[in-house]
Structure formats: C-alpha cells, structure tokens
Design a binder for this molecule. Structure first.
Ligand code: ADP
Length: 435
C-alpha cells in the first residue's frame, strides 16, 4: 500500500496518526492511517446494541438507516452480526452486488458497498461468508480482523452517519468496533418492554460505561400491539421496562415501536418498513427516534474534508454555575492553544468570575486514552472546554459531564483565546482534527 494521508481533516505532523508507534510494524502503522482516513470521512458512528437476540435490533438498525436516508443524510449501514447477519434479507441484497476496485487512499483495491437509492450504502458480513457454518468457528482475533477490514477496506466515502448493527450481547464484535473507532458517538440500546429484559439492558449499559461509550438512548421495541381489526392497543408484553430503566440510569428514552405484523412482513420481503409504510404511526415512531441523531448532526461541523467553516461566531458564554463563576479549560502545547485535543502537553484552567479572569492554573493531563480527559477535566472543576479540534465521542462525553464544548478555536495563546471568548469575539472555524 502506498503512503496514505491519515485523515482528510487534518494535515498536522503532530497528530498521532502521522507518527508510527514504537510497538507497531510498518504494515500496522499504514493500516492505522488508512483506517483513520476512512473514519475521518464519516461524521457520526452509532452502534445499535441489545442485551439479547430477537428484540428487533437489526430491524431497528435498518429502519434508522433508511429514515436517516429519507431525511437526506448520507448513511452507511454495517452489519457485523457475524452469527446472524439478517440485514441482506431485510433489504433484499445479495453478495453479487459487491464490487471491488481501486480507491483512495493509495489506489489499493477496496470493497464498494451495495447502494440503495443515492445515499444509503450497505455492507454485511453475510456477503463474505462462504456458508452459515463458517461464522460459528470464528473466534475473537478473526472477528476483529474481519471488522477491521470492513472499516478500513470498504470505500464508504463521505458519510453523515454510519449505523453499526452488532450481534446481541457484549462480545467481541461491539468491543472490536469500539477499539477500532475511537470516536464512536455512542450506542442505541434496543430492548423489549418486559421486566425480564432489564438485566440484559443493564449489562449493555455497563459495557458502554466500561468502554466510555456514551449511551445515546434506549428504544423500546415490540411495545404494545395495535389490533389491525379494531385499532385497540394491547400491551402484550406488559410495558414500561425500557422507559423505567432509561429514567433510572438518566438515559434518554427514545420511544416505543409497537409490535406490528407489517414489520415482520416487510423484513421477510426485504422492503424497508419506513419507506413502504411511511404514513403509519409505526413509521412516525421511527421518525421520532432519529430526532436526537439529527440534532447531533446540527451541532457538528461539515463532513471531514469540506473546507467550509462550521461557524464564524461563538454561542453565548453559558452561565452554568449559580454563583456566576466558571472554569474554562484549554489544551496547550508550546504556549499556544493546541489544535489537537488529546495530544496537548498541558491544560490551562482559567477561573472566571463575572466575566473576569481571576486566576489561572497549568495542569499536566493523565496519559491519553479514550475517554480519560473528559472525566479528568470534569474532576478539575472545568465547565467549559475550548479546543481547536476534538472527536465527536469526546464531545459527547464532555456534554455528559456537563462540560460545554467550544471547538474550532484558533491557535493563539490561552490568554488571548479566553479574553476573546469572554468578550464574545472568539472566531471559531472548522473542527480541525475530527478523529
Ligand atoms: P435481533 O436483531 O434483535 O435479533 P431482528 O431485528 O432480527 O432481531 O428481529 C427479529 C424478528 O422480530 C424479525 O422477524 C422481525 O421482523 C421481528 N420484529 C422486529 N421488530 C418488530 C416489531 N416492532 N413488530 C413486529 N415484528 C418485529
């Protein structure tokens, strides 16, 4: 493979993807660069998880992807459910549509996803299995290798969202995805309303917490049955399990999708439900689930590689401390705001009272690892972070800790940046390193 640029949003030599790690071979280094390049072209990566099988996780993944596509977004759908890949059936796709050919970076052969309409691209592990029996013998490293290939060697191109359908549970596949994509935005956990599902969902929530993967929300599927004859709703599985759990864990409840016989039919016939039954209440319920995903996109910049600025002015300074005091953090390298959050030498923390800087502290951060800095800065009392660039996963983690994020700040001294911020004159541009 010839030399690749790590990611189209960043040209800095100080970025970690530009530097070979001492413990990796040249081949591993180049693979990491290609992976960073591919993932840098995708704005949001969202995993769909469930504690157990049969709750409708793949159905939800398909219908979320198609709903986002219908909303005009560029969407990828990746099926890594190695032991039960059902997405090709649900979308009536087969492996004969898969093409390979030269691609960026480096002109090496890549796999081209199957496209649906203009803006939905799909890859399923089922396209590459010789037989159903083959997957049964796959173990951790082999699965990790296959998933890495789907992320690295698939020509996804620029996408607004990549929806990843993982197998049920908390096994190798979701773990591999989290390890390979450092800036996964978060997960959507699908469950059914029965109370017996609660322990499965708790396991999924714990799994996300351990991996510092934000939980974007819980979705209750098969929640109530609307009788096609009389229109009356019957709660076959009782109800409330998912919603109660969301409340208990302070997680957003994304709503309920009813048990609907037409969903089974549409899955079996390979017709995406939200497209073919767009006017139904069930399709509207799917439409409500994508609202937070669309909001997330509104908050963020252009697809990496687009040179247009995201914003040229800042949002108002939040007054999120009752006593009028705020603590502003900034990554610093060489005495200036460091463009790459996560690779800074130190952090400047400014204590501000009534819009006046009252004190400054320089702190050395703990070693860089996914999810560490948002927690650490929260512990240092920061409630605003100003950075040049930051991955979406870190942004989500900061927001979850109640730390307001400002990105796209220029590489000036921390004093200049904080003064401009407090005066409302800070010019923010593109998120310079979105991975
Ligand atoms: P999982 O990915 O969790 O194993 P699937 O998405 O494959 O589950 O769904 C399992 C079965 O349940 C499929 O036959 C699908 O058509 C059906 N199903 C999923 N959601 C619903 C629903 N809301 N109403 C009716 N059937 C559903």
């Amino acid at each position: 493979m010839s030399e690749a640029k790590s990611c189209s949003s960043c040209s800095s030599d100080s970025c970690s993807t530009q530097t070979k790690r001492p413990d990796e071979s040249m081949e591993e280094f180049q693979e990491r660069q290609v992976l960073a390049y591919r993932m840098g072209q995708i704005k949001h990566k969202i995993m769909v998880l469930s504690g157990k099988g049969g709750v409708g996780k793949s159905t939800v993944a398909v219908n979320l992807a198609v709903s986002l596509g219908l909303a005009g977004k560029k969407v990828g759908l990746l099926d890594v459910d190695i032991h039960g890949p059902s997405i090709p059936t649900m979308l009536k796709l087969d492996k004969s549509s898969i093409r390979t050919g030269p691609s960026r970076p480096g002109g090496a052969d890549a796999i081209y996803p199957v496209t649906i309409g203009d803006n939905i691209k799909v890859i399923s592990i089922a396209f590459f299995l010789q037989s159903d029996a083959q997957a049964v013998i796959w173990r951790g490293p082999l699965k990790m290798g296959a998933i890495k290939q789907f992320l690295k060697d698939v020509e996804w191109g620029e996408l607004d969202y990549l929806i990843i359908d993982s197998p049920p549970g908390t096994g190798d596949e979701p773990l591999s995805v989290c390890q390979l994509i450092e800036d996964t935005d978060g997960s959507i956990i699908v469950t059914t309303p029965q109370k017996v599902s609660i322990s499965d969902v708790k396991r999924s929530i714990n799994f996300c917490h351990v991996l510092n993967l934000p939980v974007l929300g819980i979705l209750e599927n098969m929640s109530g049955f609307v009788c096609p004859e009389c229109g009356k709703q019957v709660d076959i599985f009782k109800s409330g399990g998912g919603e109660e759990l969301a409340k208990a864990f302070g997680i957003r409840f994304l709503g309920r999708i009813p048990l609907d016989p037409q969903i089974v039919e549409s899955c079996d016939d390979g017709k995406p439900y939200v497209y073919h039954y767009a006017r139904t209440e069930t399709a509207k319920a799917f439409g409500r689930v994508i609202v937070p995903l669309l909001e997330m996109d509104g908050k963020k910049g252009e697809v990496a590689g687009d040179q247009s600025p995201v914003a040229s002015s800042q949002s108002p300074v939040p007054k999120n401390k009752e006593d009028g005091k705020i603590r502003i953090a900034m990554p610093v390298a060489g005495g200036q705001l460091c463009m790459h959050f996560g690779h800074s030498e130190e952090f400047a923390l400014f204590d501000v009272e009534d819009s006046q800087v009252k004190g400054k502290q320089m702190l050395t951060p703990p070693p860089h690892a996914p999810g560490v800095l948002p927690k650490w800065l929260h512990e240092q009392g920061a409630n605003i972070i100003i950075a040049g660039g930051m991955g979406s996963r870190a942004q989500n983690l900061f927001e979850q800790h109640g730390v307001h994020v400002v990105i796209g700040a220029p590489g000036h001294t921390p004093e200049e940046v904080v003064t401009a911020y407090l005066n409302g004159t800070l010019e923010t541009g593109r998120n310079v390193c979105d991975h």
